[in-house]
Design a protein around this ligand. Sequence first.
Ligand SMILES: Cc1cc2nc3c(=O)[nH]c(=O)nc-3n(C[C@H](O)[C@H](O)[C@H](O)COP(=O)(O)OP(=O)(O)OC[C@H]3O[C@@H](n4cnc5c(N)ncnc54)[C@H](O)[C@@H]3O)c2cc1C
Length: 248
Amino acid sequence: MADHFQLRLVDSRMLAPSVRHMVFERVDGQPLAFQPGQFVQVHFHYDDGTATKRSYSVGTVGDGASPVQRIEIAVSYVEGGAATKLLGELPVGGMVDASGPYGRFCLQDGDRHPRYLLLATGTGVTPYRAMLPQIEKLLAAGGREVVLLYGARSEAELLYGEEFEAFAQTHPGFAFHACLSREARAVPRPGDRYGYVQNVLAEFGPSASRDIAYLCGNPNMVDAAFNALKEFGLPVAQIRREKYISSR
Ligand SMILES: Cc1cc2nc3c(=O)[nH]c(=O)nc-3n(C[C@H](O)[C@H](O)[C@H](O)COP(=O)(O)OP(=O)(O)OC[C@H]3O[C@@H](n4cnc5c(N)ncnc54)[C@H](O)[C@@H]3O)c2cc1C
């Protein structure tokens, strides 16, 4: 159930030139009970006093089940954005009003398909970071594989790329593919692919009997990948979506 609370910024770093990783803790000292894949909302006011809010996926890597003390989000700056200004300028120690958790973009116990196709662009990869402990358990149980196709314009914009690469190295059932749409890496890696994620999909031969798909991030990518997966025969129930639309 969603709760309202204040968050205090305890740490931050830039993940890319215009993406800030922010680590918050609840001011009341309580942990946040969330399911990996869920998001929180930040509440604030425009200059004219009108109340508004924005959503941010929780990217904390916990154990996949217990409440977490640290609420980590990745904020991609949008030119002229109200939340961008608030969160981009928030100093360590600064506070914001928030609520959550919300959303159903989560791995589900009842799913039995042998392969998960996880697609993301930009900060849309954050929910998958939070899901890593659950993915580890899924893989350990056997008979499953997970493929993450992550779209970014260039290597500099691959958020948490090294974490996913490291996870792939230690978990043979997990494949990580950076899908670079503008610029190859200076030193390309075997998993790299070129072009938009939705166009890279065909190589993996998605099928209704094999796959459950998750799509997160840019609404254009989500729509294009959704249509492509339907063309491959996946029923809508096997395609889960989270669109990062502005919630003004
Ligand atoms: C469920 C959900 C989860 C989300 N999770 C995240 C997350 O983890 N990280 C994250 O960074 N964002 C996430 N978002 C998007 C986020 O909520 C805000 O919409 C985003 O941060 C922009 O807010 P803003 O106030 O800075 O810009 P706004 O003041 O809302 O917009 C300023 C201007 O930029 C335009 N604009 C808004 N968004 C974009 C965009 N993405 N690209 C180009 N132009 C844009 C608007 O149309 C407007 O003209 C999520 C959205 C949803 C619905």
